[in-house]
Design a protein around this ligand. Structure first.
Ligand code: PLP
Length: 384
């Protein structure tokens, strides 16, 4: 049987692969605690469930809409962009997708040619690199600076395109306006295009999130911004996202999306409108904050863990270099011995760190997973 060279040379996305393994173990009856990914234990906002229920009961679902999404859906997303992000956009600059992953693939496909280089700050969301490799692009990985300045950017190697994740998975960094302005000036000077992933826009614990597109002429610079309902509205399984792109790029992304899925399902578009009208989910963020603080409190005294309190997001980024650099082996042994899944930092471009999602399951399970993680690391430390 022939498998294309492109796929044969690729590897499954590390996050979804680990999550798939957890699901398979669970299907076999094994009680795995999953910190490898951040799947919220919250339900979607009630207004979304109502909107979808009503659309079904009143038989208002449409057949295929236009590839980019129904016009009223795209108009409502423009209203969201104006209200929440300070960005003026037209319906022709919006494309509704099955989550940010599809938007990312399509944006990268539309903005590059095989062989082009893509600058990605590490640690990075694994999908950035995996998608680049699928498209024959060359990822250029650079350490995420503590603070982005004109100098830190001047030191970056050249690239045709840059991917920024704001707020940042996994460190929780929320870019300041100053940092975003430096990025805009740098793009202008270098002539590089940019993809800005704002999927965590509503998961800040304090710092104000600013959309890069609100600070620059995003059409002229070639900036595509990605949005997702997965994290901001606890709707991972619904596969809802959209991209804001200059009209030529939005058109090019449709050319790709048409033969793949055509538009997203109309019921998903109904949910997209309702979700992006919701705004930040204060009760959810407060509960995430309490979990974050609880876990940090328990890990603070552990001598082999170094960490910072993240400003946003559902992850802790833990430094385990005093135990090991090889976090792939660490993750495998933790899974086998304690039934706890985490993401090895190597999958995010940085050895010696692990990423822990802390929003799945109930608090008892969270703290049991923390207890097992600490017991595992303590044993490892004692055996050296
Ligand atoms: N972007 C980043 C950096 C993420 O970590 C995630 C994960 O939730 C997403 C986007 C959401 O992707 P999707 O909308 O495909 O679920």
């Amino acid at each position: 049987m022939k498998i294309s060279r492109r796929i044969a040379a690729s590897r499954p996305l590390a996050t979804t692969a680990m999550h798939g393994r957890v699901e398979a173990f669970r299907n076999e009856g094994m009680g795995i605690i999953d910190f490898s990914i951040a799947i919220s234990h919250f339900s979607p906002p009630a207004s979304v469930l109502d909107a979808v229920t009503r659309a079904v009961q009143e038989e208002r679902t449409m057949p295929y809409t236009g590839v980019a999404g129904a016009l009223d859906v795209r108009r409502s997303l423009c209203t969201k962009l104006a209200r929440e992000n300070g960005v003026d956009a037209a319906a022709g600059e919006i494309i509704v997708t099955n989550g940010a992953k599809q938007a990312l693939y399509q944006a990268l496909y539309a903005m590059t040619d095989p062989g082009d280089s893509v600058l990605i700050f590490k640690p990075h969301w694994p999908a950035y690199v995996t998608t680049c490799l699928l498209l024959g692009l060359t990822p250029v990985l650079v350490d995420l600076p503590e603070t982005i300045t004109a100098d830190t950017l001047a030191a970056c190697p050249p690239a045709d395109l840059v991917i920024i994740n704001n707020p940042h998975n996994p460190t929780g960094k929320v870019y300041t306006k100053d940092e975003l302005q430096h990025l805009c000036a740098w793009m202008r000077a270098r002539g590089a295009q940019m993809i800005v992933d704002e999927s965590y826009e509503h998961l800040s614990f304090g710092p104000v999130h600013t959309s890069l597109a609100s600070l620059c002429d995003w059409r002229a610079l070639g900036v595509v911004t990605l949005f997702s309902a997965s994290q901001s509205y606890a709707m991972m399984g619904w596969r809802l996202g959209f991209a804001l792109a200059p009209p030529e790029l939005a058109q090019a992304m449709q050319t790709l999306q048409g033969p793949i899925t055509a538009a997203t399902s109309h019921l998903a578009q109904v949910a997209t409108v309702a979700a992006f009208e919701c705004g930040p989910q204060a009760h959810m963020i407060e509960e995430y904050r309490a979990r974050r603080d609880n876990v940090l409190h328990h890990l603070r005294e552990v001598p082999w863990i170094g960490m910072r309190c993240p400003d946003s997001g559902p992850y802790l980024w833990l430094d385990v270099r005093s135990l090991t650099q090889d976090t792939e082996a660490f993750a495998e042994a933790l899974l086998a011995e304690e039934g706890v899944a985490i993401m090895p930092g190597d999958a995010l471009g940085v050895s010696g760190f692990i990423r822990m999602g802390y929003i799945c399951d109930d608090t008892w399970t969270l703290m049991e997973g923390v207890r097992r993680l600490v017991a595992f690391g303590d044993r490892m430390a004692a055996s050296r």
